[in-house]
Design a protein around this ligand. Structure first.
Ligand code: PHE
Length: 470
């Protein structure tokens, strides 16, 4: 692996701390604040949370370490970093498919991510305008419904979010992004806590807490395993090269394992706080916990509607969710951007605009999934939005993660990996080997096998307990 190449041609984070902040910025996003609460609601709460936390510790943690290491050792786009390491270690160049899947996956994710981020951006404006002051949960819910029904509105906000993302990405990762991260991250935490305190004050906290932490396996569906595992990848931004691309710009002297520790803990805490806040409001206002993609839009404005200065706090809350989405969106483009800059030796601006255009066209399918094409469900009853979300979260990311653990666990020299990751004691080495070589591949593989079994009724006798709850 590369010993002497300490710089990336795309630039470097100005310090180790900024790498951690940037990675936290990528990890903390709509996945934590918008997606995690509603999938927890749909999958029954506590038992789902437990499975999710197990996936984070046993799979998420080692995959993130492996992925950052690949980036830092390769110092190039994910495609070329993996290619370089494969060549240096006399392995097949086909391993670079890891980078390809991530590059394409990132564009697909961005195409629907920016649609939701567009809704969030619209809600910044909507809350600041005071429209919801004094309104009840029902009125706020139906206001969300009529917004979604209008393709032009959704289209407009999606386009706006995409344009800003591409503008900043084109300017390079150092400028703009680092500054945005420094300002936004602390504010996100403060505002989440405000929302949580409000949820507690509303009287729904205990019920929300029970919903999230009371483990009742009978509520867990078989498919919940795939949902939990997929989300562990999605929320940590792993399995598709985003964190690998960021790792390529991290200082050589920085410790990978401490960085990963911080990123994983912060990401998980933000998701838990967001979940607690949202479910406190859900139960205080008599809403249903399982209302899918609209959950955040139905709950947060209700909380702020009758709070003193609610429109200001509410506007600020959505503003920082928008920033969180933004710092994630930027990382989604980086694998593709870096690759095409390397490959064609053209400017970042040109590449950024091309990627933006492709993503924008793809995103139109998700824009229309909530209105004109809401009835168009060619596969498994999924809209275009569902399809893009599920194939990436459930398949691209976990399979990318599987390929990463196998590559690092079996195809790179173990001693070198230990030294790069500073895994020094025998205990740590054994744990690492167990996670990367055994637990990771088996756990990811098992979830896929169970999912396949679930879809083939003739095989249900293999897992009667789980299927009967499905
Ligand atoms: N982790 C981001 C979130 O939780 C989404 C993301 C996924 C970003 C994959 C980059 C790569 O919102």
């Amino acid at each position: 692996m590369a010993e002497n190449q300490n710089q990336s041609q795309h630039g470097m984070w100005s310090s180790g701390a900024l790498f951690v902040l940037a990675a936290v910025g990528s990890a903390v996003g709509l996945g934590n604040i918008w997606k995690f609460p509603y999938i927890t609601g749909e999958n029954g709460g506590g038992a789902f949370l437990l499975v999710y936390l197990i996936c984070i510790c046993l799979i998420g943690f080692p995959v993130m370490m492996a992925e950052i290491m690949l980036g830092r050792e390769g110092r190039m786009s994910p495609i070329n970093s993996v290619l370089k390491l494969a060549r240096e270690n006399n392995r097949s160049p086909n391993w670079s498919l890891i980078g390809w899947a991530g590059t394409i996956g990132g564009i697909i994710i961005l195409s629907f991510y920016a649609v939701i981020a567009g809704w969030i951006t619209y809600y910044v404006w909507r809350l600041f305008s005071g429209e919801f002051v004094g309104q009840d949960a029902e009125a706020i819910g139906s206001a969300f419904g009529s917004f979604l029904a209008s393709p032009w509105q959704v289209f407009l906000w999606f386009t706006l979010f995409m344009a800003v993302t591409i503008y900043v990405v084109a300017r390079g990762v150092n400028k703009g992004l680092e500054l945005a991260i420094r300002i936004c991250m602390p504010l996100i935490f403060v505002l989440l806590i405000v929302l949580l305190i409000y949820g507690i004050a509303q009287g729904g906290f205990w019920e929300g807490f029970k919903f999230m932490f009371q483990v009742d396996f009978s509520k867990l569906k078989l498919n919940s395993l795939l949902v939990a595992m997929g989300h562990a990848f999605f929320t940590l931004s792993i399995g598709m090269g985003a964190i690998m691309a960021y790792g390529a710009y991290m200082p050589q002297a920085q410790s990978v394992k401490s960085a990963v520790g911080i990123i994983v803990i912060v990401d998980t805490v933000v998701a838990l706080v967001a979940g607690l806040a949202i479910f406190s409001i859900v139960f205080a206002d008599g809403l249903a916990p399982d209302q899918s993609v609209g959950l955040l839009f139905a709950t947060a404005p209700v909380a702020f509607a009758d709070l003193p200065f609610g429109s200001i706090f509410g506007g600020l809350f959505f503003l920082f969710v928008a920033f969180a989405a933004f710092t994630s969106a930027i990382s989604l483009t980086e694998p593709a951007l870096a690759y095409f800059v390397e490959r064609y030796n053209v400017s970042r601006v040109k590449v950024a605009v091309s990627i933006g255009a492709i993503t924008w066209v793809l995103g139109l399918g998700s824009v229309l999934s909530f209105n004109l094409l809401s009835g168009f469900k060619p596969l498994f009853g999924w809209t275009i939005f569902d399809f893009l979300d599920k194939i990436t979260t459930w398949f691209f990311l976990p399979l990318g993660g599987l390929a990463i653990v196998v590559f690092v666990g079996y195809f790179l020299p173990r001693k070198k990996v230990w030294s790069v990751l500073e895994i020094n004691t025998t205990w740590a080495r054994n744990t690492w080997a167990a996670l990367i070589c055994v637990v990771g591949p088996i756990a990811i593989g098992l979830v896929f096998v169970l999912t396949i079994v679930e879809h083939i009724p003739a095989l249900h006798f293999l897992i009667p307990f789980l299927v009967s709850n499905g």
